[in-house]
Design a binder for this molecule. Structure first.
Ligand code: ADP
Ligand code: MG
Length: 337
């Protein structure tokens, strides 16, 4: 049994390797960008690659490579059930509706006239989202009909960029001024005003569809539960000032008392239906104080979770103290072998 890790920058990779070294688990590093990757993997049973939504090469073929290997008998992380809907909120809508996954009511349109007649009749505010994007970058409040009309015209006209340079700049400046990131990040964002990131070129325009979600008002945070196998951990992200969006705000709470355990239970329940290896579930609370899901994602920023004070097992018992989710991932792969 040997594990292959894709070399290159990823949050999980150094932690996976550390775990393998500490536990004498055989591994090698491969370069998935090489033309002979299938050959490189010939002496391995497992490939683990934390591909990323903003790495241009990953977007081009990470899923295709992983799923091709999975189909032909290798064990991969992330596998199909875990990742086909990664960075694809439209895919997630269908999946979560199909399994009764408590997704906030969502609408997607592929025809402009249908979108316009829905926008004419519906109530406001609503939330507009592109299918991809993280850290709230492509999520906006739609306050009224005319804002919805404008977005619909754009979706079926010139389309949206995945990377909105002005919004990104303002967000970097906010993070700097609130003490969440260094001034260097502002400088980098200034460069991005002129040179957009490569991933936005690869992804091209978001065009020909529009996606809205019911706005769930009154939330000062969202609750993120990460399920890996039969364990779960959580944190709460506070919304930005004068905003409704939490993800990417930088303001995080870790205490167990901050987490509504109904979310943990629901995340376990949905994860079982989805048969996923590892998924983050983002919840807000509706007018009746019930958890409502707004998004799922297999990927997450490892550093942000190091401060979690413990985890739940599937029996909903709290296990206090430090833990290693990246080791859990490795153990899960080995068990399957
Ligand atoms: N339907 C909604 N109602 C209220 N708030 C929402 C809704 N959808 C998203 N949000 C807020 O916006 C944030 C970003 O939305 P999300 O869909 O998770 O996008 P991203 O992929 O950028 O994290 C969430 O963290 C949540 O605070
Ligand atoms: Mg989110």
């Amino acid at each position: 049994m040997k594990i292959a890790f894709h070399i290159g920058s990823s949050d999980f990779n150094p932690r996976w390797i550390k775990y393998c070294i500490a536990n004498n688990i055989p591994f090698k590093e491969v370069n998935c960008y090489d033309g002979d990757i299938i050959e490189q993997l010939s002496d391995c049973d497992i490939l683990m690659w934390q591909h990323h939504q903003s790495h241009p090469k990953d977007i081009l073929f990470a899923k295709q490579l992983l799923f091709a290997l999975e189909q032909t008998g290798k064990i991969v992380f992330p596998d199909f059930n875990t990742a086909w809907h990664f960075d694809d909120k439209v895919g997630q809508k269908y999946l979560l509706e199909a399994v009764n996954g408590y997704l906030a009511p969502s609408w997607v349109f592929y025809e402009k006239d249908k979108a316009l007649s829905w926008a004419k009749e519906t109530s406001y505010p609503k939330v507009f989202k592109l299918r991809g994007g993280a850290g709230s970058q492509n999520v906006r409040l739609v306050r009224n009909k005319s804002e919805a009309y404008r977005l619909i015209k754009k979706a079926f006209g010139k389309g949206f960029n995945n990377f909105d340079r002005w919004r990104a700049f303002k967000e970097r400046f906010r993070k700097y001024s609130e003490g969440y990131s260094p001034f260097l990040d502002v400088l980098k964002a200034t460069v991005r005003l002129v040179i957009p990131p490569a991933y936005s070129k690869v992804m091209g325009k978001e065009f020909g569809y529009i996606y809205f979600q019911e706005f769930i008002p009154g939330n000062d945070s969202d609750t993120r539960i990460i399920v890996i196998g039969d364990k779960a951990f959580a944190l709460k992200r506070m919304v930005r000032k004068n905003d409704f969006r939490a993800s990417g705000s930088g303001s995080i709470r870790y205490a167990k008392s901050e987490i509504d355990e109904r979310c943990v239970k629901m995340a376990f329940e949905i994860n079982e239906k989805l048969n996923a290896q590892c998924l983050a579930y983002d919840f807000v609370f509706d007018g009746e104080n019930k958890p409502v899901l707004v998004e799922i994602s297999y990927g997450f920023s490892a550093n942000a979770y190091d401060k979690c004070e413990g985890y739940w097992n599937k029996q909903m018992e709290w296990c206090e103290g430090a833990f290693d989710p990246y080791g859990w991932m490795i153990e899960m792969m080995i068990k399957k072998d």
